[in-house]
Design a protein around this ligand. Structure first.
Ligand code: NDP
Length: 286
């Protein structure tokens, strides 16, 4: 699943994600029922529409019954909460995903708080976020879970490793830091107020970049042989996507690195499918 280029391993997220999706499909086939996933999409954000279509397609390919509830940007918070309550009560729905970001002035947190934690396949409900920080296994946010799976696939030993996570968002940085802590790494969580970011990064055996700044992490921020996971997705011009890491510079120094695209991105949907099956099993067994 990995190419070696000039001593640096390129971690092939597409291949790892395809293998995971195949495993999920095999799992679903053995369940004896079709897990149900409902995505709630509010408004017409073009990027969200594309993500939701991909989620829908991937879920149905894996044998999951996926549906998308599309609501206008003008929907009220109260009406959105009524939709969530309906999904919480529906026995055919195992997973609920609120597509983010919500259009202004809607606030995401009250809606996330209303999702049944047992159906929270995005892992963002405070109960699941709290479990993660407490070191328990529950529903874990999909992108951070994907990051951990790529590290495992690359054979990275996390116990005792120095890990630096760049970015402290609720969606990516914080849960990645918690997962790495739970895996016995020594974790530094860096952000926009961190002093001398480059020096912090250079101390990392494992560097996770999740800032949303095109190619901010340069080659000389990386320790020789370090493992670099680039979560960033930054659009440059109409067609090109780049990560938060300057890939060509980084791979001349790193021991292993994920490309953008084709690294963390494909893992997010594959982990969503896995979470849906996990939620379905746990709920229907309860
Ligand atoms: P947010 O904007 O929510 O968070 C960005 C974080 O980066 C913040 O903690 C911010 O610090 C920090 N940051 C911003 N600028 C700097 C800087 N100049 N120096 C140091 N730290 C900085 O982004 P997300 O976490 O949601 O996403 C991060 C990236 O990951 C984006 O490119 C996004 O597109 C991508 N992404 C990819 C996914 C995938 O499937 N591959 C899924 C989700 C996100 P502070 O807190 O101090 O403001």
């Amino acid at each position: 699943m990995n190419d070696i280029q000039g001593g640096c391993r390129i971690i092939d997220g597409k291949a790892v994600a395809a293998a995971l999706r195949a495993r999920v499909a095999a799992d679903v086939a053995g369940l004896g029922f079709r897990p149900g996933l409902t995505v709630v999409l509010v408004g017409g954000d073009p990027a969200s529409q594309i993500y939701v279509r991909s989620k829908d397609r991937a879920a149905n390919e894996a044998g999951i019954a996926a549906q998308t509830i599309r609501l206008p940007a003008s929907v009220s918070e109260a009406d959105l909460l009524t939709v969530i309550a309906g999904l919480n009560a529906d026995p055919e729905v195992d997973g609920i995903l609120l597509q983010l970001p919500l259009p202004a002035p809607l606030r995401a947190q009250p809606i996330i708080d209303a999702i049944d934690p047992a159906k929270d396949v995005d892992g963002l409900h405070p109960v699941n976020a709290g479990r993660l920080v407490n070191g328990h296994v529950g529903l874990v946010p999909c992108t951070p879970l994907g990051v951990m799976k790529l590290l495992a696939e690359a054979g990275v030993v996390l116990k005792g490793a120095r890990a630096v996570v760049l970015g402290r968002s609720v969606l990516v940085g914080r849960p990645v830091a918690a997962l790495l802590t739970n895996a016995d790494a020594t974790v530094t969580l860096a952000h926009s107020r961190t002093r001398d970011l480059a020096a912090e990064c250079r101390r990392a055996d494992v560097l996770i970049a999740a800032v949303g700044r095109a190619e901010m992490v340069r080659g000389d921020w990386i320790a020789p042989g370090a493992v670099v996971i680039d979560v960033g997705i930054n659009r440059i011009g109409p067609k090109q996507l780049v990560g938060d890491v300057a890939f060509e510079e980084a791979r001349a120094v790193a021991g292993a690195i994920t490309p953008v695209p084709g690294g963390v991105g494909p893992m997010t949907i594959a982990c969503l499918l896995e979470n849906t099956v996990l939620a379905a099993r746990a709920r229907r067994a309860a």
